[in-house]
Write a protein that binds this ligand. Structure first.
Ligand SMILES: *Cc1c(COP(=O)(O)O)cnc(C)c1O
Length: 464
């Protein structure tokens, strides 16, 4: 059967192609319809190519079958699937932010594949609350009076403002009217919530008196502080601290809301998280309500966590918006498991990928790089070099803090850095690296050791 196809008549019939062992295996795995569709598409493409060319190129059947196989793989693989993160950015927004711990993933799997106690109180046999699975943990870990969870932090800010300040004025510093990730802008979320924005101070300086002057007793609904997670103002600056703002709030009987966004979750991480504000400390500063993301520096699933004064949390639970922003059972399961890890700080640091990645030392990274390079020695057309580089936390957190890291430069004979990047992107398990000064780099901090073998396999395929 195998031979050069150099005329239209020589193109095999679909039925004959399907008799090939590889096609039979593909049919067993994926069903007849997709295999026939892919075979037809590839045959049509070949026919068009033969028709449109003056000079007919030889094309053999093995090649046609390989193309059909590739097409079948592309059609049947999941669109949302794992990649290997070689960027060194731990919370990469485009690559799904925080990687869950095994415990969190397992908990999500269990409630996804079974009925669960989502809204069932197994002690009384009555209807329960979906927030009851995490609120006691948050109260313990954050030192708050009450807590609830919604879909993400953007939803949290919307719900908080809508509940506490609808049709009322919310006072915020001009230095904190931030945009996070393109679609979350504080002024726009404020408008959606029905609260009225009152800007005070200037971009670089806001003083206590600015807030005090803006307060009008029956018009002001809240004072809002937003953590400028993804940028820093340096130099001639002045800001009012959360504790100072809380004091102004208390003196005027107006609640203080803090959108912490990506704040560090617990104290142990302070050494790793630089000067990022911390949830526990922020709660102690006297804010009435604090909200933050579950999948940033907490290292859990996407979620918006709201903690603080019980009176306000209870009102939020009754807000009709809550139903639209509701958190689902898999998220709650993963969040509960993540929070339980934090009850034992050593365990948290070992098992929550964000924290373990942050705490890998440079020596450990060098060791990892050497193992990787040793594995790649088998490829003669590949050269490697270990270099020190800077990585970042990402996810709109710690913008000016670089984390020293170790990278491996990969150079494949005859391929530019861009070409290698493109090929790696299109691999069965895409490998995402970074290019610096025309060199292709893989950062050891965000690559798992068990992924080395997968990368090696991809290189092997690419070089043949
Ligand atoms: C990230 C962030 C948000 C948005 O949170 P999501 O979980 O991405 O919805 C809002 N506010 C601040 C300050 C943030 O850092």
């Amino acid at each position: 059967m195998v031979g050069k196809i150099n005329s239209l008549r020589a193109i095999p019939k679909i039925d004959d192609l399907l008799k090939d062992d590889k096609m039979i295996a593909a049919t067993t795995a994926h069903g007849n319809a997709v295999v026939v569709d892919c075979a037809r598409a590839c045959v049509n493409k070949l026919r068009d190519q033969l028709l449109s060319r003056t000079q007919i190129e030889p094309f053999d059947e093995e090649q046609l079958l390989a193309e059909i196989e590739t097409q079948i793989r592309q059609e049947t693989q999941l669109h949302l699937r794992p990649v290997i993160n070689g960027t060194g950015i731990i919370l990469h927004t485009n690559l799904g932010r925080a990687v869950l711990s095994e415990a969190a993933a397992q908990a999500a799997y269990e409630v996804a594949t079974n009925y669960s106690t989502l809204e069932y109180d197994w002690i009384t046999g009555e209807r329960g609350s979906r927030y009851s699975h995490v609120d006691f943990l948050l109260e313990k870990l954050c030192g708050c009076e009450a807590a609830m969870v919604v879909n993400n932090n953007a939803a949290a800010v919307l719900l908080v403002l809508s509940t506490m300040a609808k049709n009322k004025e919310v006072v915020i510093s001009r230095g904190e009217l931030v945009e996070i990730g393109g679609s979350f802008r504080v002024p726009e979320v404020m408008a959606q919530s029905g609260a009225i924005l009152v800007e005070v101070g200037s971009t670089n300086k806001t003083k206590k008196a600015d807030y005090v002057k803006a307060i009008v007793s029956d018009k002001t609904g809240a004072l809002l502080k937003v953590h400028t997670s993804n940028y820093k103002i340096m130099g001639f600056t002045e800001a009012v601290s959360l504790a100072e703002l809380a004091e102004i709030g208390k003196n005027n009987n107006i609640p203080v809301i803090y959108d912490l966004g990506s704040g560090g979750f617990f104290k142990l991480a302070e050494s790793l998280l630089g000067d990022e504000p911390n949830v526990f400390e922020s709660m102690k500063s006297g804010a009435d309500i604090i909200c933050f993301s579950g999948d940033k520096l907490l290292g859990g699933p996407q979620a918006g966590i709201i903690i603080g004064n019980k009176k306000y949390i209870e009102a939020m639970k009754k807000n009709p918006l809550t139903r639209a922003l509701r958190v689902d059972k898999m998220t709650l399961a993963a969040l509960e498991a993540t929070l339980r890890l934090y009850l034992d700080t050593e365990k948290a640091q070992k098992e929550i990928p964000l924290l373990s990645q942050l705490s890998i030392t440079k020596e450990m990274l060098f060791e990892k790089a050497q193992k990787f390079v040793a594995l790649l020695k088998q490829f003669s057309s590949l050269t490697t070099e270990i270099v020190e580089e800077n990585g970042q936390v990402g996810g709109g957190a710690m913008p000016n803090q670089m984390i020293p890291s170790v990278c491996v430069i990969l150079k494949v004979n005859g391929l530019s850095a861009n070409a290698l990047d493109q090929k790696f992107n299109q691999a069965e398990i895409p490998i995402i690296g970074r290019i610096r000064k025309d060199q292709y780099l893989l950062d050891m901090r965000t690559i798992k050791s068990r992924e080395f073998e997968m990368i090696s396999k991809t290189i092997e395929k690419l070089l043949v």
